[in-house]
Design a protein around this ligand. Structure first.
Ligand code: NOJ
Length: 511
């Protein structure tokens, strides 16, 4: 396990929308370099950069056309290496987005694979043996190629699935997971990883990490074996490289060799009760003052057993696929959530702009974003033209900036000690200087009530009262205040929590 992960605090950068360095209306890598000091000054120690590779951008870059080439709109390979170098100079790490399960339909491998005559790439993707055979359980496309067959998709129509084989092949066109063609795909992706690791990247966030081997069993044993093999390569040649899974099953992914796995807001899971309530229109986010169906137990029951696994759970504020947290939470509620995030075990991830409470905008779809587009608008740096994102004329922007008069911005919040940004900055400082509050070590739930949560980590006790009413908790030890949002008093073993408050206390002796 990479040593740097233990006190890492990640910042996710969606490159299109972060900072436009050359005034063409879209974010780029030189722009990111200009803003590294901001990220560093906030206290973040690492960056997850969404795909920056050559692509037709039918899924915002998750449709890769060339894994080894930076998309011209973001700059050059040298620019990316400069990002690594400048981040490293600031003792920060950068992980790239690896999309191993599919490519763009314009990738040269696919252009070869779709040809009628057999060639070295015929089995790089998964093709049925006839134009009228599809594969049950998977979407497949016919009528597009000279080749007599249909090909399996991984996500959108533009994203054909790469062939890592089938766990139990049943048809002649299905290769086994250890057949030469499947192993060649695996080696090709390993080459891509080595390519960027050799150029200075510190690891990967892995897109749809559970999707590789088809008709996998419940334990995903076929896909897990692929990752275990890749992990062996990393342990041998790049021991400080980090792998973070988009899988949301830490009980499987961490055993498969990932260092961390995201806890994502999948419909119906505990994350919904923690942070979001946008799918069913139910009002159950724990951090909302007036939530009607608050139930932190749903989150804890799912999350606590995962802490026993050999790696980390990565909690997020949101990402480029989720609604922004500001869609459901007020600025005060976001502070409470950030306090929770920064005092939990595992690896915290903040999506760019969530540290200032950027809003979810109602925007038409862009590059396959659909409802996700509203979470991808340009970073609001200041109250100048285009919120300081770009010097281009507004109609040339990749996406419009938040038009609201009171759109939050980083410059203004940096000046305000009570702002969300200032609160996030203090919380990151607290986490980074307090080893008990970092990734390692579990947590002990001291009290999980319908509308209050208290948990202990080492010498520290965290207590949160999301409601609009005061709460009180009796404890067996004495505590002194270390950090507070709202009114929190620690006195003679009693913790008094004012409305919408969060307290961090340090044990100061027995009663
Ligand atoms: C998950 C990514 O986060 C998402 O943005 C993308 O559309 C799909 N995987 C397909 O790659």
């Amino acid at each position: 396990m990479a040593s740097w992960l233990k006190n890492a605090v990640f910042y996710e950068v969606y490159p299109q929308s972060f900072y436009d360095g050359n005034g063409d209306g879209i974010g780029d890598l030189p722009g990111l370099c200009e803003k590294l000091d901001y990220i560093h000054d906030m206290g973040f120690t690492a960056i997850w950069l969404n795909p920056v590779f050559d692509s037709p951008f039918r899924d915002a870059g998750y449709d890769v056309r060339d894994y080894r080439k930076v998309a011209p709109r973001y700059g050059t390979n040298d620019d990316l290496m400069t990002v690594f170098q400048k981040a490293h100079e600031r003792h920060m790490h950068v992980i790239l987005d690896l999309v191993p399960g599919h490519t763009s339909e314009e990738h040269p491998w696919f252009l070869e694979s779709r040809k009628a005559e057999r060639n070295a790439f015929s089995d790089r993707y998964i093709w049925t043996d006839s134009w009228f055979h599809t594969c049950p359980g998977y979407l497949s496309v016919g009528g597009e190629a000279e080749r007599d067959g249909t090909y399996l998709l991984s996500f959108f129509k533009c994203q054909p699935a790469l062939n890592y084989g089938f766990l139990h092949p049943t048809e002649s066109w299905q290769t086994a997971a250890d057949a030469p063609a499947a192993l060649e795909t695996r080696e090709a992706i390993k080459d891509v990883m080595r390519f960027w690791l050799d150029r200075g990247c510190d690891g990967f966030r892995v897109d749809m990490a559970d999707s590789l081997v088809k008709f996998d069993d419940e334990k995903k044993s076929g896909t897990s074996a692929v990752w275990q093999d890749i992990r062996r390569m990393l342990d041998r040649d790049y021991p400080e490289a980090v792998l973070v899974a988009e899988w949301c099953r830490p009980d499987l992914s961490l055993k498969a060799g990932f260092d961390a796995d995201f806890y994502l807001d999948h419909d119906g899971n505990g994350y919904q009760s923690l942070l979001r309530d946008c799918y069913n229109g139910e009002d159950r986010s724990f951090f909302r003052r007036d939530a009607r169906n608050r139930d932190i137990g749903r989150f804890l029951n799912e999350y606590l057993p995962w802490l026993q696994e050999p790696g980390y759970v990565a909690l997020i504020t949101g990402n480029h696929d989720t609604p922004r947290m500001a869609r459901t939470l007020s600025p005060r509620e976001m502070k409470l959530y950030f306090a929770f995030l920064m005092t939990m075990p595992g690896v915290p991830f903040c999506y760019y702009g969530d540290e200032i409470g950027m809003r979810y905008l109602s925007l038409p779809t862009k590059e396959g974003g659909y409802t996700r587009t509203g979470s991808r608008s340009p970073m609001q740096w200041n109250d100048g033209r285009n919120c300081g994102f770009s010097t281009a004329s507004p109609e040339r922007l990749y996406l419009p900036v938040d038009p609201a008069e009171d759109a939050p911005n980083a410059a203004q919040q940096r000046e305000d000690p009570d702002s969300l940004l200032s609160c996030v900055r203090k919380l990151i400082q607290l986490r980074r200087k307090t080893s008990d509050l970092q990734a390692d070590g579990g947590m002990e739930v001291v009290s999980a009530q319908k509308d209050m949560l208290a948990y202990r980590r080492g010498a520290y006790l965290m207590a949160v009262n999301p409601t609009g009413h005061a709460r009180e908790m009796t404890l067996e030890e004495n505590w002194k205040a270390v950090f507070a949002i709202g009114n929190v008093e620690w006195e003679n073993g009693i913790c008094r929590l004012g409305p919408q408050s969060f307290g961090v206390g340090k044990v100061s002796g027995v009663l």
